[in-house]
Ligand binder design. Structure first.
Ligand SMILES: Nc1nc2c(ncn2[C@@H]2O[C@H](COP(=O)(O)OP(=O)(O)OP(=O)(O)O)[C@@H](O)[C@H]2O)c(=O)[nH]1
Ligand SMILES: [Mg+2]
Length: 566
């Protein structure tokens, strides 16, 4: 559960540990943090006050954040009392000549009038993950670089995906906007005209959260919060993804990884939170807020250290498990791909596993491995992994590195693609980009075009795939193309094996049967001195067979040599 982007009806147990005397809510508080419910872990508990954006929920004593509670004024163009017009003015001056601050007030006014009647508050209470939550209203903002050629996704596409992410996090997206810039404004990311336009939209829609499509610097975050009046939560795509991961983390390892990523993201942004202390005391204890920031940063650093240690011990366990698994001579195949491509559905179809597969982004966070038994008796291990997305936060990739090691240690990667998606090509590129960051580009790969049943032109797609190397079409949902998939996996696994001819003595019968299981033995022949075999075997077994490979040279029957000369 997250406190980041929506509010929960009932007060949380975590607040019982909250020190109300120390942390009284102040309506003039200028900074709220787009981070999260730390109730699940001891680590979080100690520094929850650093992150809790819902202080005011509690202070009001109702447990509900009402959109009208100190919310922005509804009328277009009105200024909330906290508005820092100075900032806006400053920005306007600095930005004079760029986008005009001409706000389409009519559009917003009309929208507001409709909303206030239909959009009763009741409709904003939603049941999510078994809890009743209050959906906050979110407004999305993007920047299109004037030189868009370097971007994988167009700005419209990227904002559409951001809206999907916001929905997954439990927000209600009311509208979005973007601005074309050659370089983002270092102070506010967007120009002053855009800031003013968004401010009008905030008032008109009663927006509670403004989300930017790119990572904002701590300074930009602060300036934007100030410019929007100090009561609106401003956050970025990274914080949103971190929040979704936080909601989805089901295992200890995932929770620790997400908490670490969140704290590392938060550390440089931990400023200004304490300015209200100075204001409360009428400025008599100037510098108190500054000191508190230092204290909080120290607490946070200590907690990051504790988290890293905890993670290390969890990872040790995972490593032991992996080593044990590697000792079982079955090749490991990893499913990789863009989020929502159908990886978990494929794993479930092939193995009867019960991994959560749903039409939402980031349904899977933890890897699950299952054994796949093929019709010819061969086996491989199939691992389902976390999905990727464009602009994946680097803190998250770093935090999930251990989990992602599963990928880099596989014999084969199966890149699952939602071929029915209009942006399939861009999604492929985004996945390839992450794979290269993980140094996994050199692992043999099979491209799987999934959801062919959903595509508008399935026959055309199948034909196209047939003409491409290492590409097959399936419908994981309908279970079609799975035999071809298994055969293709087997063929591709050969790429990671070594061609071997060896004379295996009769007392090494066990080794030979393992080779039959894990390799692709093409021929065997019994001789006086042992079994002659030839085929593809994993590197490990090729090494074990080295002494027997020499012996085989003199023993190869004539027919095998004929085979070779063909
Ligand atoms: N029509 C159709 N839908 C599919 C197919 N495969 C998966 N889906 C649907 O796509 C959605 C996402 O499937 P998942 O298996 O959860 O996708 P995933 O790649 O594991 O997603 P993440 O865990 O978020 O990375 C679900 O609603 C599935 O039912 C398919 O072949 N055809
Ligand atoms: Mg999944």
């Amino acid at each position: 559960m997250s406190l980041c982007f929506h509010s929960v009806v009932k007060p949380f147990p975590l607040f019982s540990q909250f020190d109300f005397n120390r942390y009284t809510w102040n309506p003039n508080l200028t900074t709220r943090f787009p981070i999260h419910d730390y109730s699940n872990s001891n680590v979080r508990r100690n520094c929850q006050h650093l992150f809790n954006p819902s202080i005011r929920i509690l202070e009001h004593g109702t447990g509900v954040l009402s959109p009208t509670d100190d919310g922005p004024e509804a009328s277009v163009g009105s200024q909330s009392p906290d508005t820092d017009d100075g900032v806006l003015q400053e920005l306007a001056e600095e930005d004079a000549g760029s986008a005009p601050a001409n706000v389409s007030t009519k559009k917003f006014a009309k929208k507001k009038a409709n909303d206030s009647e239909e959009d009763g508050e009741d409709s904003r209470f939603k049941l999510r993950n078994g809890r009743e939550v209050f959906e906050e209203k979110a407004y999305l903002v993007g920047v299109a670089r004037k030189d868009e050629t370097e971007e994988l996704f167009s700005i419209e596409e990227s904002l559409k995906e951001l809206a999907q992410l916001a929905d997954t996090a439990g927000l209600m997206v009311v509208d979005s906007t973007y601005q074309k810039l050659s370089t983002p404004n270092p102070r506010t990311y967007i120009g002053s005209g855009k800031v003013a336009e968004i401010k009008a939209a905030i008032n008109a829609y009663g927006v509670e959260t403004v989300i930017f499509d790119d990572e904002l610097s701590p300074g930009q975050l602060r300036n934007l919060e100030k410019a929007f009046g100090g009561k609106i939560r401003v956050c970025d795509r990274t914080a949103l993804i971190l929040d979704i991961f936080d909601q989805r983390a089901a295992t200890r390892e995932a929770s620790l990884q997400v908490a670490l990523a969140q704290m590392e993201y938060q550390l440089p942004r931990l400023t200004k939170m304490w300015t209200h202390l100075e204001r409360q005391s009428g400025g008599k204890v100037k510098g108190m807020g500054e000191k508190q920031i230092e204290v909080d940063k120290r607490i946070l650093r200590t907690q990051i250290g504790v988290l890293r240690k905890d993670l290390e011990s969890v990872r040790k366990h995972r490593k032991q498990y992996r080593t044990r698994r590697l000792s079982v001579p079955v090749p490991v195949v990893s499913l990789v791909g863009y989020t929502n491509a159908g990886k978990s559905t494929l794993l479930n179809q092939l193995t009867g596993a019960d991994v959560l597969a749903e039409d939402r982004l980031f349904a899977t966070l933890d890897p699950t491995t299952r054994r796949v038994q093929m019709k010819n008796g061969k086996e491989f291990l199939l691992t389902d992994t976390v999905g990727f997305i464009q602009k994946l936060p680097t803190t998250l990739v770093a935090a999930f590195r251990a989990t992602l090691e599963e990928i880099s240690e596989s014999s084969l990667l199966v890149h699952v693609i939602d071929i029915s998606h209009p942006l399939a090509e861009q999604q492929i590129d985004a996945v390839e980009k992450v794979l290269s960051e993980l140094d996994a580009s050199s692992i043999p790969k099979l491209m799987v075009w999934n959801k062919v049943d959903k595509a508008s032109n399935p026959e055309e797609i199948k034909l196209k795939a047939k003409n491409l190397e290492d590409t097959i079409c399936i419908s994981a949902l309908e279970g079609t193309g799975l035999d071809e998939f298994c055969n293709a996996v087997q063929e591709k696994l050969k790429d990671s094996m070594v061609w071997v001819e060896a004379l295996v003595p009769f007392d090494k019968g066990e080794l030979l049967s393992t080779i039959h299981q894990v390799g692709m033995v093409e021929r065997t022949e019994y001789t006086e001195n042992g079994t002659l075999m030839r085929g593809h075997v994993p590197l490990r077994y090729a090494r074990l067979l080295t002494p027997m490979r020499q012996m085989c040279v003199s023993q190869s029957p004539k027919s095998w040599e004929d085979d070779m000369s063909l």
